[in-house]
Design a protein around this ligand. Structure first.
Ligand code: HEC
Ligand code: HEC
Length: 241
């Protein structure tokens, strides 16, 4: 039974995704968004406290260095640069992840390194981004989740059928003409925990093409072990390419 489902469901989904994936705009798709209703309850996190003066300084730095790609108010531009004010993104991101990603950029993608700004200026930018938070920060809880120990061969099957339609084969991201980021590259994988990836797969990111993958109304209702298969596979990608 289980084997059969692995073959039939991805084929059905593939057509569904192809029809929805090439849209240039981020309008709400007709597929039901499951972020608010059908997904399991999110863990409770810690409230976000921002120093307004620091955030103001960060806003000026953001407008000088980041706005060209990430757009005004960091809402992002599909297929070009992701949103940095998306609520799920901010709530799951630790300071360490944000500071490190901005400092080092993501080699092989459009995201350049900003080490030359120095730590205190990057901290100000992070305060500006965090000032858009509407949910508590859950990064400590999510990063403490156990690592995935799934079956990479099954994970590749799911990845190629579902995820690659937006993230590109091998998770190459925008450079492959896709709408999703380069989740198969080391610049992303070396900075995130398996919990970060798992949480993003389950809950998605509202108002983007990244819908959640859990619950009866999801784009595909993946089980916990199927999600871990995908994460286990993703971890093998950069060492191969
Ligand atoms: C030249 C365009 C460009 C500029 C300028 C730029 N970024 Fe990016 N940024 C990108 C792209 C493209 C990605 C996605 C890379 C990928 O595919 O993984 C990205 C990804 C990110 C991410 C990870 C987001 C996620 O969803 O995981 C963060 C954080 C980020 N940028 C912050 C910044 C900040 C802060 C600045 C300014 C200091 C900045 N970026 C400037 C293009 C840019
Ligand atoms: C319909 C298109 C689409 C599909 C299918 C899709 N994604 Fe995404 N995904 C996106 C977009 C778009 C983003 C970035 C959202 C943004 O711009 O803020 C994203 C973001 C992510 C991120 C966060 C990456 C980062 O840079 O922080 C992860 C992890 C992720 N997706 C995993 C997956 C996995 C695993 C699958 C398959 C089960 C999948 N996605 C399927 C469109 C998609």
């Amino acid at each position: 039974m289980k084997k059969k489902r692995h073959l039939i469901l991805p084929i059905l989904l593939f057509g569904l995704l192809l029809s929805g994936c090439n849209q240039k705009t981020e309008e709400k798709s007709s597929a039901p968004s499951t972020n608010e209703t059908a997904s399991p309850a999110k863990p409770a996190g810690v409230p976000v406290n921002i120093d307004p003066a620091l955030a103001k300084k960060g806003e000026a730095l953001y407008n000088q260095n980041c706005i060209f790609c990430h757009q005004a108010d960091a809402i992002g531009k599909p297929g070009f640069a992701p949103s940095l004010t998306n609520k799920e993104f901010l709530s799951v991101s630790s300071d360490k992840f944000l500071l490190g990603t901005i400092r080092d950029g993501r080699p092989g993608t459009g995201m350049p390194p900003f080490a030359h700004l120095g730590r205190s200026q990057v901290e100000a930018i992070v305060a500006f981004l965090r000032s858009h938070s509407t949910e508590p920060n859950i990064s400590a809880i999510v990063d403490a989740q156990p690592d995935a120990h799934g079956d990479p061969r099954l994970g590749k099957l799911w990845f190629d059928q579902i995820c690659s339609t937006c993230h590109g084969f091998d998770g190459d991201g925008y450079s492959a003409g896709s709408t999703g980021t380069a989740i198969g590259k080391a610049g992303f994988l070396n900075k995130v925990s398996d919990g970060f990836i798992r949480h993003t797969i389950v809950y998605g990111r509202s108002n983007t093409r990244m819908l959640g993958f859990k619950g009866p109304a999801a784009m595909a209702n993946l089980t916990d072990s199927e999600i871990d298969d995908i994460i286990t596979y993703l971890r093998t990608v950069p060492s191969k390419s």
